[in-house]
Design a protein around this ligand. Structure first.
Ligand code: AOF
Ligand code: ZN
Length: 329
């Protein structure tokens, strides 16, 4: 329960915390009483644990600290949190997940244990997901890649005579996703077939994502996309250095297959529209071998059938995003 509260507190930093840093929340419980809460609020503010320790004061002695991320062990902008936790006399730490930052990476837990603190790591999926983009960016030095694709019930990404595969609601979701991504990308096939703008439209957007085309080019006249023709890993490393932490890949099947085959996709977001197409490619082209997704969740989005039904098949809701993630750091 208290870890849930810590996850909630961490969310207060969303939008405020600089994107090179994780969201972190902390709750200190003594007996049945919450004696301190804290979260990381961004550059210049204390780390979550230190904020919570400050609120708890002497009451931290013998208490349990619930924290969403492993306490840090390095001297960065602030002194190591793990040492502060030991010094405050906290008896037990329940942490959501380890910190994959190479500067921490288990050392925080070591400092705690060496200081006589009992440590439990719950390996919480929510705690991982809360910083999914940052975790990949900090440990693998590449952006977190989401492959988003809309397909029909018969697994096609195109419908003859139709510009869209899925409905309005899912397209709105895509614009929200673009607005939340540092960069959006497509392959040259999609550039030539659809001439996509890749901008986030009709949603609140602080700044537009960078808009990329992967492939050899050339770009069609007037295209505002940035052409990235290098080897994928190299391009992603460069983008990460330039501060691109999350990349939304929007197709097509050949580019997606290259990303997948190279192990460069962290999340699949598949919108399944209640239509049958009858022809056209699937969401990925040839893969050297099948890939298993680590976890999958499904939800409905949109409540209307598409206006023009193709054939007599019907489904009750349209369309459903299915998110799947391979094991993440
Ligand atoms: C924690 N609690 O609240 C946060 C942590 O640049 P610095 O010095 O603030 O260090 C940032 C690193 O510390 C960051 O990359 C991550 O590994 C960890 N962040 N750790 O114990 C916190 N924000
Ligand atoms: Zn810290």
């Amino acid at each position: 329960m208290s870890l849930e509260r810590a996850l909630e507190l961490a969310e207060r930093g969303r939008g405020q915390v600089e994107h090179t840093h994780p969201l972190v929340g902390a709750v200190i419980v003594s007996g049945d009483e919450v004696v301190g809460e804290g979260w990381y609020a961004g550059s210049g503010s204390p780390h979550a644990e230190v904020a919570a320790l400050g609120a708890a004061g002497e009451r931290a002695r013998g208490a349990t600290l619930y924290v969403t991320l492993e306490p840090c062990a390095h001297h960065g902008a602030t002194p190591p949190c793990a040492e502060a936790v030991v010094a405050a006399g906290v008896a037990r730490v329940v942490a959501g997940v380890g910190d994959p930052n190479p500067k921490v990476d288990g050392r925080g837990f070591e400092v705690l244990r060496a200081g006589g603190v009992e440590v439990e790591v719950t390996d919480s999926w929510k705690a991982r997901v809360q910083n999914e983009a940052w975790r990949v960016w900090i440990s693998r030095r590449r952006p977190f890649v989401t492959y988003k694709v809309a397909m029909t019930l018969d697994g096609r990404v195109t419908v003859p005579g139709s510009r869209w595969v899925s409905g309005e609601e899912s397209r709105r979701r895509v614009h929200e996703l673009r607005a939340a991504s540092d960069a959006v990308a497509v392959g040259m096939g999609t550039v030539r077939a659809d001439k996509p703008l890749l901008t986030a439209r009709d949603v609140d957007v602080g700044r537009q994502p960078r808009r990329l085309a992967f492939g050899r080019g050339p770009l069609p006249e007037g295209s505002e996309l940035e052409l990235r023709s290098g080897e994928l890993e190299r391009e992603l490393a460069t983008l990460a250095e330039e501060g691109v932490r999350s990349l939304l890949l929007e197709g097509g099947p050949t580019l997606a297959a290259s990303f997948l085959a190279a192990g460069l996709v962290d999340k699949l977001l598949v919108f399944v529209a209640p239509r049958l197409s009858g022809e056209g490619p699937g969401p990925v082209a040839a893969l050297p071998e099948p890939i298993a997704a680590g976890t999958a969740t499904g939800s409905s989005c949109g409540s209307r059938l598409p206006r023009r039904r193709t054939g007599r098949a019907s489904a009750t809701r349209s369309p459903s995003p299915v998110a799947a993630s391979p094991p993440s750091p």
